[in-house]
Ligand binder design. Structure first.
Ligand code: FAD
Ligand code: NAG
Ligand code: NAG
Ligand code: NAG
Ligand code: NAG
Ligand code: NAG
Ligand code: NAG
Ligand code: NAG
Ligand code: NAG
Ligand code: NAG
Length: 573
């Protein structure tokens, strides 16, 4: 513990030193240890912004918060009931946010700056949204932006889709480098390097999972992508680890990466591979978190041959609570089947290289879907038979479907419903396989206590260790991923309007719901993309033993610490 602390302090200490140095040197900022903020005299003049805009070929966008149509008093648009109602009705769809240059899906980090649900008289300001975004189309756009923000001491943020749950893709007073329109997709029939020979795909940083999936399927190939189609493949997803239904066959998304084409904090345009002199940067970007070391322009990853795939969905409801013997028997029956999922279904499914995307709430259990890439329908059916038999025997009503598909792509498109942005306060924990094998009853017991508090659980179960191709170069994925059988996410109710409630519900996760799971998994981890932004000891929990090395790589490529994001490496300073 003490040695960990020491390492974090060293990471922090370095940046503090820099701060002292910058105090001594002249800067355009009167408030020298802080970034320049709108309204301060150091903030660029309209003429300076216009000049900067010319250097990025007119791709500078001043933020108009998308909620402005819901507010009477705002400098951008009129109040329009029709448009406001349409915005509210579409709010939970990811595209409402990712087509915008500023909106974020994790509402908490918008800080009610221009909240469409608060009523027309509430404030509408830029607030915690970025002030400007540069719609990047080239390395030069990124270099110009870094030069301008450095010269004026303005905070920089890398923004792709705005999916990030921890608020890492927005920042008050910041200029965003907006990568969403970097949409090229190229396939290489045979990529060759000392560690890999085979098909590969090169995606621009703005390519979303649905676009990469569709392009790959046209060539009978697959890429490791997430369950949510609209997440950015080369953005926070692959940079943070990246789970999905093909992981038990091929590894995490970060494990697929062959090359990163980047612009570093110092403006250097370079390619990092496991075999060149930027191997350290390659290592850090593959799992060490987005928005931290460099701006990714493009990523080249392994592509894989298509596989016939079997998939199933299963759902059954918890009986309504009541205090009479029939109801108690129904509850016992329900609990038995839930137990069977964790104690004898999940492990064999992972051993067969399958994946489960499941949810457990007070209302019931559902799996959408259970997938066996490369497997047949009878194989998947056999894995599920014990649970189905118990459901029938114990008279628990359920819905079930199973099908075989010629390809993973058709399975994914058919069996995986598109997901909304999740309106929850979040926390997460990686739960190792040994908990399923040695004492699943304790684990399920902890799940039930969490449900009793009104929270919901969602789990992604894959085996991120067994199928790493030979010669896969090491990377910075949290080592806790390698023996995890469940990436567990805890959600508590989120209110669009009640900040007090959100604060309390986030504290509930940090102080009450996560600790019993942490106690079961001492020294364990959480997936940095699906976790509690207030996680104590996040350095170790999100990055494991890689933290010190990540700090030193960050210092090398971002010596002034310009890439800041909450819980990103180095952010403690
Ligand atoms: C509804 C939903 C479903 C999800 N499903 C999955 C899933 O199935 N599997 C999974 O693993 N994760 C999933 N996630 C989590 C997801 O991986 C993270 O939110 C991820 O950070 C999104 O990356 P992005 O680039 O799309 O988003 P953004 O919010 O735009 O960016 C996320 C982070 O990456 C940085 N970043 C983005 N682009 C770049 C770039 N080009 N260069 C440098 N830094 C960059 C940003 O600065 C920020 O720190 C899901 C999230 C949501 C909201
Ligand atoms: C940047 O220039 C383009 C093209 O002239 C213009 O459309 C855009 O509004 C400008 N951006 C800002 C913030 O002024
Ligand atoms: C409000 O928006 C709708 C839809 O865009 C448009 O047709 C209408 O003219 C707008 N009303 C006002 C008063 O601007
Ligand atoms: C998804 O979000 C949309 C838009 O807010 C909403 O209409 C729809 O009911 C949501 N779907 C689910 C399954 O929650
Ligand atoms: C969020 O908004 C409140 C006002 O409601 C303000 O006091 C606070 O400073 C804002 N937070 C950030 C990070 O801007
Ligand atoms: C993909 O596979 C199908 C069926 O095996 C075949 O007909 C088709 O030609 C293949 N397409 C490509 C681009 O290889
Ligand atoms: C359930 O019913 C029994 C007998 O009717 C009673 O003793 C017990 O207190 C009840 N429990 C609850 C939680 O209501
Ligand atoms: C799994 O749970 C069921 C129902 O609670 C129980 O009967 C069975 O013994 C458990 N099996 C294992 C391997 O723990
Ligand atoms: C993954 O597979 C390996 C090899 O079969 C096995 O040892 C390990 O326990 C599995 N891990 C998980 C999380 O299922
Ligand atoms: C907000 O939530 C808190 C905590 O649950 C509650 O006490 C308060 O009444 C709520 N406020 C409103 C306006 O609903």
């Amino acid at each position: 513990m003490a040695s960990h602390l020491l390492r974090y302090l060293r990471c922090a200490f370095f940046f503090l030193l820099l701060l002292q140095l910058s105090l001594a040197s002249p800067t355009p900022n009167p408030n020298e240890d802080c970034y320049c903020f709108p309204g301060e005299s150091c903030w660029p003049t309209p003429a300076q912004w216009a000049e900067f805009n010319r250097t990025v070929d007119g791709r500078l966008i001043a933020t108009t918060p998308i909620g402005s149509v819901c507010h009477v008093d705002n400098p951008w648009t009129g109040y329009n009931v029709t448009e406001c109602n349409a915005l509210r009705a579409n709010w939970d769809f990811p595209h409402t946010h990712y087509e915008s240059s500023s909106s974020v899906m994790a509402g908490l980090y918008a800080n009610q700056s221009c909240d469409p649900f608060l009523g027309p008289a509430s404030r509408c300001i830029v607030g915690t949204y970025v002030q400007y975004a540069v719609r990047a189309e080239s390395a030069a756009d990124i270099q110009q932006t870094l030069a301008f923000t450095r010269a004026h001491h303005i905070r920089i943020v890398v923004r792709n889709t705005g999916h990030d749950y921890l608020g890492k893709s927005t920042g008050a007073g910041a200029v965003a480098i907006w990568t969403h329109h970097l949409k090229t997709i190229d396939f290489l029939d045979e990529y060759r390097s000392p560690s890999y020979r085979g098909p590969a795909v090169r995606v621009g940083a703005g390519v979303q999972i649905f676009e990469a999936n569709a392009a790959a399927s046209r060539r009978n190939l697959t890429v490791v992508g997430g369950n949510c189609r609209s997440v950015g493949l080369a953005g926070g997803y692959s940079q943070g680890g990246g789970h999905g239904q093909l992981v038990s066959r091929h590894g995490l998304a970060a494990d697929q990466v062959l090359e990163w084409e980047v612009v570093t904090a110092t403006g250097d345009h370079l390619v990092a591979t496991p075999h060149n002199r930027h191997a350290d940067l390659y290592w850090a970007l593959a799992g060490g978190g987005g928005g931290t070391y460099a701006v990714v322009l493009a990523m080249t990853s392994r592509a894989h041959r298509e596989l016939p795939t079997a998939a199933a969905t299963l759902a059954f409801a918890a009986p309504a609570a009541a205090n009479h013997s029939a109801a108690l028997a129904a509850l016992a029956a329900y609990n038995t089947v839930v137990d069977l999922f964790f104690n004898s279904t999940l492990g064999p499914l992972l051993d067969a290289r399958g994946a489960a995307i499941w949810e457990l709430t007070a209302a019931g259990f559902s799996a959408t879907p259970l997938t066996l890439p490369g497997g047949t329908q009878p194989q998947l059916q056999r894995l599920l038979d014990p649970m189905l038999a118990a459901l029938t025997r114990l008279r628990v009503p359920y819905t079930y479907s199973i099908a075989a598909f010629p390809t993973f792509y058709t399975s994914f498109e058919t069996m995986s419903p598109d997901v909304n942005i999740s309106a929850y306060n979040l926390g997460g924990r990686l739960l190792p396989r040994r908990l399923l094998d040695s004492d699943p009853a304790i684990l399920v017991d902890r799940f039930r206590s969490i449900l009793a508090s009104g929270a919901v659980l969602s789990g992604v179960s894959v085996n991120a260790s067994r199928e790493l191709p030979r010669n896969t170069p090491p990377n910075a994925v949290n080592p806790a991923w390698r023996d995890a059988a469940i990436d567990l996410v805890i959600g508590t109710a989120y209110s669009e309007t009640n900040t007090t409630l959100n604060t309390l519900n986030q504290q509930l996760i940090t102080d009450t719901l996560l600790p019993p799971l942490e106690e079961l998994t001492p020294g364990g981890g959480a997936y940095l993309n699906e976790a509690d932004a207030h996680q104590p000891d996040w350095q170790h929990v999100f990055y494991g033993e890689n933290y010190a090395q990540l700090c030193s790589i960050k210092r090398r490529y971002d010596p002034e610490g310009i890439f800041y994001a909450r819980t990103a490496v180095g952010s403690e300073s």
